[in-house]
Design a protein around this ligand. Sequence first.
Ligand code: UTP
Length: 290
Amino acid sequence: MKIKKAVIPAAGLGTRVLPASKAMPKEMLSIVDKPAIQYIVEEAARSGIEDILIITSRGKTTVEDHFDRSPELEQRLLAAGKTELYEEMVRISNLANITYMRQKETKGLGHAILCAKSFVGDEPFAVLYGDDVIMGENPVCRQLCDAYEEHGLGVVGIKEVTPEQIKKYSSMKVEHLSGRQFSITDMVEKPATMEEAFSLYSILGRCVLPASIFEILEQIPYGVGGELQLTDAMKVLARREGMIGVDFDGKRYDMGSKLGILEAIVETGLAHPETGEAFRAYLKGIAATL
Ligand code: UTP
């Protein structure tokens, strides 16, 4: 079955990047000249996704404005002969059919996904976490959709992380299938010790889920941090019917963390046609003094 719908949860409070995220959604933080969430919407569009639901919350209307038309700005750019920039602004508003829904209380990622129930209906759908930007030639959302279409099972994007990181993330019970694919039969959210962890493979930022996840989310109790955890629901799914893990090809930046933001900006700045050369020279100068 072709995956046509995606949900981007972007309603979190972003407490790890305060005060930047106090009045500005962390999903709108800029990587050189483009807000993080635009990279994510572009990845979904490049993956063949047609309909996107962005879950927002109070104070996040800039996300909606960003993907809307901007007549005054467009007129000004046209009048000034800045045709390329004008076309780029129009392109942003035509990336996909985007709708929005408010998560009225930030009760966790699982709760945010549950808000998407009526949008999704009974089709499988992709989830792209609003603060996880993943760069690469082959869009990661597409890599996961391909695995779903091949196996007909829920799919998670996974990567090996360090023993320090695994305690803050989720840990997967994996068995290698072939290439980049693994079978996943169990998982644990934020394992307190290495003994509790199954492996160093963790879910990072992307998954493709069957609509049966909603019925699971409606039944499970609130978990770590008093939040409805998506991982807890995926654990039920993995134990019940198995899931597929894809050790995806792509570089992930955690835009919900200060270091992740810096890494994304430095690498994108180096690759950017306008800033690359000068920024490289600048960085070399700085590096020499470190
Ligand atoms: P995070 O746990 O990274 O986001 O959720 P957070 O709660 O904003 O983070 P901190 O710990 O306070 O810094 C991953 C994604 O899920 C969304 C976030 O916006 C982020 O994109 N999310 C999280 C929701 O949409 N709703 C929630 O209730 C929680």
